[in-house]
Design a protein around this ligand. Structure first.
Ligand SMILES: [Zn+2]
Length: 417
């Protein structure tokens, strides 16, 4: 009955006992006497290996594997028998517990700490098992096939040290299918260039579209590694740039007119949320209120200009026609760089001018809102499960298991050494 409950092949249950913190199941595994240097090995005592197993009837459990040690009389080597179907020698979890933990953390997006508390063991014990069993799944060459549209996106993944130094990574995403292809450390061009260089020539040649935020380093990556792909500026980042310009303008005007940073009663400070909201999401009352606040706090109408600039930039994406969009962007660049405009808007105009081709390419690419939004959601989801992981390798495995569509079918047959 006990053997049936434990459910492991070729083991004998020696005993079961209740310990204060967990249930202990002691087993031995039969194995033949091995030989070394042409002679049968000697018995060399017994060693108890304590392994974390799946919880039994709601109680954390340890499987104690009473292992036979062997010794060679000629070369003096000593060793113990291995049975990877019970547990790998490189893992403190039994094989079935390690596979379960990998599924929980990878597929279901549970936190490592949660899974560790279910098993009644240490955070690192679980993470080591996830690394050991997860790595073959994400290294599987069949994980992603041909890709026609690829995107680069910078992500903050942890803050570290006494000064909360920011640590950045670059996510490489298949923007058509919303699949995370890989993550490289840093947000400069070197890591991503190396990643693309490691792909086969034919795979790179199949990429027609390359989306990026408005950063020069990713432009370098695409210019050097994917010279034939059409670069597309991600609409999300273009609108965010306009919002940032508006925000900077509001802060500056606030400071110039009142002489201090925004306080609760200041009209510009009260308008800050309504300013960055989309015009069509403001109710009529909200719009009136915004205009009133601007009249009160914006004597030279600079914030008003910046707000209009933001709306005009958003309207780039209302156009469905390439020619119209091109004309619209050209007009934006001309109007924004007018000397009457506040400096923030002029700078925005210059930036848009530099990225004009990439912005209009969005209309030509038909990389529609769908994929881009899927990618933004993907990034949010990854942040939820993996943000704050100090170790980059852990962060990469965690994110790829969750959002990189690893080959889960492989997990069942996996037997690490
Ligand atoms: Zn030997």
């Amino acid at each position: 009955m006990c053997a049936l409950l434990v459910g492991l092949p070729d083991v004998t249950i020696v005993g079961v006992g209740e310990w204060p913190r967990w249930l202990r199941v002691v087993v031995t595994a039969e194995c033949e006497r091995p030989s070394c240097c042409g002679r049968a090995a000697w018995c060399h005592g017994i060693r108890d290996v304590v392994l974390v197993d799946l919880p039994v009837f709601g109680r954390p459990t340890r499987l104690v594997w009473r292992k036979q040690r062997w010794r060679c009389s000629t070369c003096r080597r000593s060793w113990t028998g291995q049975k990877p179907e019970i547990a790998s020698s490189r893992c403190q979890l039994t094989t079935r517990a390690a596979k379960w933990a990998t599924l929980q953390v990878g597929r279901h997006g549970r936190s490592v700490a949660e899974v560790a508390s279910d098993l009644g063991c240490d955070w690192h014990t679980v993470m080591d098992a996830v690394v050991l069993y997860g790595t073959p799944l994400i290294d599987d060459p069949a994980r992603f096939g041909a890709v026609t549209a690829v995107g680069l996106d910078e992500t903050l993944f942890a803050r570290q040290g006494p000064f909360r130094r920011q640590r950045w990574s670059t996510q490489i995403v298949d923007v058509r299918h919303g699949q995370l292809l890989d993550i490289v450390a840093g947000r400069d061009s070197t890591g991503s260039c190396r990643w693309f260089a490691a792909r086969p020539e034919a795979w790179r040649a199949g990429i027609e579209w390359a989306t990026l935020d408005l950063s020069a380093s990713y432009r370098t990556v695409f210019d050097t590694m994917l010279p034939d792909a059409t670069q597309v500026a991600d609409p999300f980042h273009v609108t965010r740039l306009a919002n940032t310009a508006l925000d900077e303008c509001r802060r500056r005007v606030q400071n110039e007119t009142v002489g201090h940073r925004g306080r609760k009663a200041d009209p510009l400070y009260r308008a800050r949320r309504r300013l960055v909201m989309a015009r069509e999401r403001l109710s009529d009352d909200g719009h009136e209120c915004l205009l009133g606040l601007l009249r009160a706090g914006d004597p030279k109408q600079e914030v008003w200009f910046a707000w209009n600039a933001k709306e005009v930039v958003r309207q780039i994406y209302d156009h469905t026609d390439v020619v119209l969009a091109e004309a619209w962007v050209a007009e934006i660049v001309r109007d924004f760089t007018d000397t009457e405009m506040p400096p923030e808007v002029r700078r925005l105009g210059r930036t848009i001018g530099r990225w004009r081709d990439q912005i209009v390419a969005w209309h030509r690419s038909h990389v529609t809102n769908g994929p881009t939004e899927a990618v933004n959601n993907l990034v949010k989801r990854i942040k939820r499960v993996a943000f704050g992981m100090r170790n980059f390798a852990h962060y990469r495995i965690r994110s790829l298991l969750y959002a990189g569509k690893p080959n889960w079918d492989l997990l069942d047959s996996l037997t690490p050494p």
